[in-house]
Design a protein around this ligand. Structure first.
Ligand code: CP
Ligand code: NVA
Length: 294
């Protein structure tokens, strides 16, 4: 694997190895496991869009692996004044050992990866959010053991998170069902089951997952989205349709009262805080895999 842009760069064996290592890094965090993995390495962390989890977990993760993170907002680079994406990639490649990038344009991230001579990691585009799903799979594995055969129902907007769940869920052997209204469904299934019936999706599910109705870049459509997606709220009724043992996942940030009810988000079946923490461990394992032989 040289880049991590859509998640399709990973094989099933590598995914298993990455999750094993993430669990090891998590268990050994306070003992400094992995503390020298990125010694002498620098990682550019380019954030053209707001971020709490991705930005902080990568920054802290690089530091915990003994590397140096160079945090850059899009408007701090000459990119904002018209320097081309390929030229930016070529120059960054002379300084750093990897580039993590969040952008409002998937094409920008793809062009950066094309021209870069170092690994590029997608920290979210409007099309994909693969780093998120590494953490989601780690969380499912912690709760249920084996991933194979688990059923995960995603309800709401068929967005970047839904697409990455479909792609990486398929690789992990998780049955992913995506329930979205007409006009909000993925254009391609990527191995997931697609439906417009949230209750049918939730039936027998081991995990219910949702994400915001108004993603970054969708702000102008906010009103229409809130009204179209209202029947797809993850609430206690929907949760009751899932297995008794089902957990609730949300990549965060959440809007309680919109895509998820507050009682479910903060309730006993919610695993969202572990899920958020797992971003750190999964991404540390990803960086090790991209940058070291281990
Ligand atoms: N889940 C996630 O990617 O959160 P941030 O936007 O805060 O990074
Ligand atoms: N779908 C959301 C995810 C945020 C982490 C967005 O793209 O804004």
């Amino acid at each position: 694997m040289t880049n991590f842009i859509t998640g399709e760069e990973l094989g099933a064996f590598e995914l298993g190895k990455l999750l094993d290592r993430a669990a090891e890094l998590k268990a050994g965090r306070r003992d400094g496991v992995g503390r020298d993995s990125l010694a002498g390495r620098s990682i550019a962390l380019v954030f053209e869009k707001p971020s709490t989890r991705t930005r902080i977990s990568f920054d802290v993760g690089v530091a915990e692996l003994g590397g140096h993170g160079v945090m850059l907002r899009g408007d701090e680079l000459q990119l904002a004044r018209g320097e081309s994406t390929p030229d930016t990639a070529r120059v960054l490649s002379r300084y750093v050992d990897a580039i993590v990038v969040r952008s409002g344009s998937h094409e920008t991230v793809a062009a950066l990866a094309e021209a870069a001579e170092v690994p590029v990691v997608n920290g979210l585009t409007p099309l994909h959010h693969p780093c998120q799903v590494l953490a989601d799979l780690l969380t499912l594995r912690e709760r249920f053991g084996d991933l194979q055969g688990l059923r995960l129902a995603y309800v709401g907007d068929g967005n970047n998170v839904a697409r990455s769940l479909a792609i990486l869920g398929e690789l992990a052997g998780v049955e992913v069902v995506i329930a979205a209204p007409a006009g909000y469904q993925l254009e391609e299934s990527h191995g997931a089951k697609l439906t417009d019936d949230p209750r049918a999706a939730a039936a027998d599910a081991d995990a219910l997952y949702t994400d915001v109705w108004v993603s970054m870049g969708d702000e102008e459509e906010a009103q229409r989205r809130r009204s179209d997606l209202a029947p797809f709220q993850l609430d206690a009724d929907l949760l009751a349709a899932a297995k008794d043992r089902a957990i609730v996942l949300h990549c965060l940030p959440a809007h309680p009262g919109e895509e998820i009810s507050a009682d479910v988000l903060y309730g006993g079946q919610s695993a969202v805080w572990d899920q958020a923490e797992n971003r750190l461990h999964a991404q540390k394992a990803l960086l090790e895999m991209l940058l070291t032989d281990g």
